[in-house]
Design a protein around this ligand. Structure first.
Ligand SMILES: C[S@@+](CC[C@H](N)C(=O)[O-])C[C@H]1O[C@@H](n2cnc3c(N)ncnc32)[C@H](O)[C@@H]1O
Length: 289
């Protein structure tokens, strides 16, 4: 699966689709850069200057470069060589130093325990089957007191895209079905960016809230924020039953923030099944920040 999704991201990046190019131009001030990268202020109070930051699956965009500009010792980890290359070129132009590591987020063994103060993980957990494994790895590499911020597709909304019947939404499978959502056979897999269209059937999993929260707990984190949101203001003329319409009545994304505890929690306190992920995922591709 990792190999398949890698090929798809290489294809998307070669075509310069959404999520594979640095969008916009960040402001020059430190405050402006922070707002540009973290518009909902989820990192309020988190020190970046001098911090060790891991941009997990954060290729293709501005974020790692901004962390570096804000004084963080920054590592970018991504599976796609093209996504890494885009940031390498941007970093060179912007004259900042970043460490680049290629790999599958299910295996962060290249990083020692407690080696990061912040793990920044946007819109990519859908591309792995075993979310619990990724979250345990994140917990391992986070230093005590460190922050983890992740965003991904909303597990309910993801199961509703493309399911409008003319009379309401009718999901093809249950919330508890752990297969990818949708199955490749059910999705035409066309990604659109402006007038460009690319067929790239990424395999995506709609990890449930309990998988994510319990996975973070199993990784030694405490969850201190959960948010549900859609990318922009409601589109007034959104066609009934379209993805844009659905995003006006249900949240497209979730964000979850965790803090690594300064001690290893008692295993007996952990929720049963924590750490076993494998939830089905998604049809919709990530659409916006
Ligand atoms: C939607 S893009 C997110 C890009 C960037 N983080 C952002 O928010 O703009 C998903 C990223 O996940 C990467 N990716 C997909 N599967 C991965 C895996 N198993 N391990 C590491 N990176 C992966 C892709 O190469 C791609 O860069």
């Amino acid at each position: 699966m990792a190999k398949h999704n890698l090929q798809m991201w290489e294809r998307l990046a070669a075509a310069g689709m959404n999520y594979t190019r640095p969008f916009g131009r960040p402001p020059k001030t430190k405050v402006g850069m922070r707002r540009f990268m973290d518009p909902r202020h989820r990192l309020k109070g988190v020190r970046l200057d001098g911090a060790r930051v891991l941009g997990l699956a954060a290729g293709g965009g501005w974020d790692p470069v901004i962390f570096a500009k804000l004084g963080a010792t920054t590592t970018l980890f991504d599976i796609s060589p093209r996504q890494l290359r885009t940031v390498r070129e941007l970093a060179r132009k912007q004259r900042v130093a970043i460490r680049f590591v290629r790999g599958n987020m299910k295996d962060l063994s290249i990083f020692p325990d407690a080696s990061f103060d912040l793990v920044w993980h946007c819109h990519s957990l859908v591309f792995v089957d075993d979310a619990g494994r990724v979250l345990r790895e994140v917990g391992r590499v986070l230093a005590p007191g460190g922050t983890y911020l992740m965003s991904t597709m909303h597990p309910t909304t993801l199961r509703l895209y493309g399911s409008y019947t003319g009379n309401g939404w009718r999901p093809k499978r249950s919330y508890f079905d752990e297969r990818p959502v949708p199955l490749i056979s059910e999705w035409d897999a066309t990604w659109t960016y402006g007038r460009k269209q690319v067929v790239a059937p990424t395999i995506e999993y709609g990890h449930r809230f309990e998988t994510i929260i319990n996975g973070m707990v199993a990784g030694g984190m405490v969850v201190d924020g959960v948010w549900e949101f859609s990318p922009g203001p409601p589109e007034p003329g959104a066609e009934l039953g379209s993805d844009a319409h659905l995003d006006t009545i249900f949240p497209a994304f979730i964000e979850v923030r965790g803090r690594k505890l300064p001690f290893q929690p008692d295993r007996r306190d952990r929720p049963k099944g924590a750490g076993h992920a494998g939830v089905p995922g998604g049809s919709g591709r990530p659409r916006a920040r």
